[in-house]
Design a protein. Structure first.
Length: 115
C-alpha cells in the first residue's frame, strides 16, 4: 500500500525472477480474474526477455495487469513506466494507482493473505 494525495492505494505486487511452467500462469490468471478486493496488479520482472514471456502468458487476462522491470522500479519507484496487458501505451505507476483508488475494498487475494 502506498499513500497518494492523502489516500491509501492498495495494489498486488508479483515479482518474477525466472519463468514458471506455462500451467502456473493459467492459475495466476484465474486468481487475478477472480479477485475483487484489489484493483491494481503490478507484475515486476528481472529482464526484458522474461517481460515478453510473462506478458504473452497473461495477455488474455480479463483484468488489467501492469508490467515493469524491477531495476526500473528500484530506481524510479512510483514514476516507474508500466504497460498494461493488451496495450502498447506506457503509463506511470502513480497514474495507474490513482485511477484504481476508488475501486478498492478488503478481502483475500490468495489463501492466507488478507488485504
Amino acid at each position: 500500500m502506498v499513500r497518494l494525495g492523502g489516500q491509501d492505494c492498495k495494489f498486488a505486487l508479483e515479482y518474477e525472477r525466472t519463468p514458471k511452467a506455462a500451467r502456473h500462469y493459467v492459475t495466476v490468471r484465474q486468481r487475478i480474474e477472480m479477485e475483487t478486493s484489489i484493483a491494481q496488479f503490478l507484475y515486476l520482472v528481472s529482464n526484458y526477455d522474461l517481460l515478453r514471456f510473462v506478458v504473452n502468458k497473461l495477455f488474455n487476462c480479463k483484468r488489467a495487469i501492469y508490467f515493469g522491470l524491477l531495476r526500473d522500479f528500484l530506481q524510479q519507484t512510483l514514476a516507474l513506466p508500466v504497460r498494461r496487458n493488451g496495450s502498447p501505451a506506457s503509463l506511470t505507476l502513480t497514474s495507474v494507482l490513482a485511477q484504481g483508488r476508488d475501486a478498492q475494498r478488503t478481502g483475500t487475494l490468495f489463501l492466507g493473505i488478507a488485504v
